[in-house]
Design a protein around this ligand. Structure first.
Ligand SMILES: Nc1nc2c(ncn2[C@@H]2O[C@H](COP(=O)(O)OP(=O)(O)OP(=O)(O)O)[C@@H](O)[C@H]2O)c(=O)[nH]1
Length: 198
């Protein structure tokens, strides 16, 4: 059977528990939102194929548990990621401060040259904002990465941010670099699964 995509990219979302990683993925992959909070256990993923610059890109988007107790499991997935999305919650300043620790974790566990992006989620709840847009922009600039304020709930900048990161990876994959490879997907990986690896 003919392959239905030109590239397969693995993306990974990290950030403190409750910042909205799962909701961002569900909004992106299924255009849906649920306000019931079910904390991710270990790791999970969803798949979506998008068109970028005339190429069919299959995205395998990995959702990690933000809770510290799953750190050993989740960091094991950093290495295979071609893009890592760091997420904080604009109503939770601790989640913003912790981005530095998540950055450190990338340095320790991810492949050199991985594309990174910073998302400030829950921008629909302006009344409870604790982290200004400027603070987010500065943090992203300090690390030389893209930044978006997003809302999984109100569907703000979700597609745009995933598209931008995918475009960055595609650009890199056209040049010879450690991340510029097409990865194969196994049959077991083809369907989205719920809460793997305890
Ligand atoms: N208002 C608002 N609430 C959101 C948004 N995104 C997520 N939430 C809510 O925040 C809570 C946590 O969302 P999750 O997506 O489960 O958070 P998570 O980062 O995956 O959490 P862990 O799995 O524990 O790491 C849920 O109650 C969501 O409904 C958003 O953009 N706006």
């Amino acid at each position: 059977m003919a392959k239905k995509y030109d590239f397969l990219f693995k993306l990974l979302l990290i950030g403190d528990s409750g910042v909205g990683k799962t909701c961002l993925i569900i909004r992106f992959a299924e255009d849906n939102f649920n306000s019931t909070y079910i904390s991710t256990i270990g790791i999970d993923f969803k798949v979506k194929t998008i068109d970028v610059e005339g190429k069919k890109i299959k995205l395998q988007v990995w959702d990690t548990a933000g809770q510290e107790r799953f750190k050993t499991i989740t960091t094991a997935y950093y290495r295979g990621a071609m893009g890592i999305i760091l997420v904080y919650d604009i109503t939770d300043d601790k989640s913003y401060e912790n981005i530095q620790n998540w950055m450190k974790s990338i340095k320790e566990n991810a492949s050199v040259g991985v594309s990174r992006m910073l998302l400030a989620n829950k921008c629909d709840i302006e009344a409870k904002r604790k982290v200004s847009k400027e603070m987010g922009e500065k943090l992203a600039k300090d690390h030389g990465i893209r930044f978006f304020e997003t809302s999984a709930k109100a569907n703000i900048n979700v597609d745009e941010s995933f598209m931008a990161l995918t475009r960055d990876i595609l650009l890199k994959s056209k040049k010879p670099s450690p991340t510029g490879r097409e990865v194969k997907i196994t049959n077991d990986e083809k369907k989205s699964s719920k809460c793997l690896l305890l």
